[in-house]
Design a protein around this ligand. Structure first.
Ligand SMILES: [Fe+2]
Ligand SMILES: [Fe+2]
Length: 257
């Protein structure tokens, strides 16, 4: 089974770029399951029911998220209702939404777990202990983990923690792709960060001149989503019948304009 995973989709440019690139990605990789990180899909920060629908329309089976998930209040009800969107599992239990889900795709029960790193990000519980307790109770044929985390050390450590226990550990959040995609010895596909889906004429999706103004003046600056030169970034994981990975291939393609 081919699983296509797409990194943080940033704003309208990211959403439109993903939709435009999808026919080519489908032809090239024939994915049976598509997971999209949507935490920046609404105006560059957060997600709404409307932007989630746009990602589902583009082909997402499941949407993952991260630290910006609660930016827009209007999405809270949708997070509670929909079994196809997840937020980090190691947030407070009472928060809106769920931390993992199981969906049936191509006659397989696919588990998707969303975790937040604890280094430099606010969490309620350790992602390592949290994922152990989820793996004890989740019932499915294969598992994809979106590890939304800041630092490569914590992400690489999670790869080793889950090697042989899940099909893939795919990093998100930094918006910058890393060159370390590989299948670990026990059969788990790993990459520290798949990168983002959005404008490359940007700083992590934001217009460069605005980020520079803030960094240089140290004054508050209203950020705007950049629009030029949109690229789609992610990874394709080939999962075998044992629920482990045979291969991982990074995806980095310009969106057709
Ligand atoms: Fe992000
Ligand atoms: Fe993030």
């Amino acid at each position: 089974m081919e699983v296509l995973f797409i990194g943080d989709v940033v704003g309208g440019p990211g959403r439109r770029g993903l939709a435009a690139a999808m026919p080519e990605l489908r032809e090239r990789h024939a994915p049976e399951m598509i997971v999209v990180n949507g935490e920046n899909s609404a105006g560059g920060m957060g997600i709404t029911e409307k932007t989630a629908k746009a990602l589902f329309d583009a082909g997402a089976d499941v949407i993952t998220s991260g630290n910006h998930v609660y930016r827009h209040r209007e999405v809270y009800g949708f997070l509670n209702r929909s079994e196809r969107i997840v937020r980090p599992a190691n947030y407070p239990y009472a928060n809106p939404g769920r931390g993992y889900t199981v969906v049936e795709v191509a006659e397989k029960r696919v588990g998707v777990i969303n975790l937040s790193g604890a280094v430099g990000l606010k969490v309620a519980r350790s992602p390592f202990i949290e994922v152990d307790s989820i793996l004890e109770k989740i019932e499915c044929d294969l598992i994809i983990v979106d590890f939304h985390a800041e630092v490569t050390s914590e992400k690489v450590a999670m790869g080793w923690h889950l090697d042989g226990r899940v099909a893939a550990v795919l990093g998100t959040h930094t918006h910058v792709p890393t060159a370390d995609a590989r299948v670990l010895p026990q059969g788990t596909a790993f990459i520290s960060d798949v990168g983002m889906t959005g404008s490359r004429t940007s700083v992590l999706g934001v217009k460069p001149e605005l980020v520079l103004e803030q960094l240089i003046t140290q004054m508050p600056v209203k950020f705007e989503t950049a629009e030029e030169d949109v690229w789609v970034m992610g990874a394709v994981v080939t999962v075998n019948d044992a629920g482990l990975a045979d291969a991982i291939e990074p995806v980095m393609v310009p969106a057709p304009s």
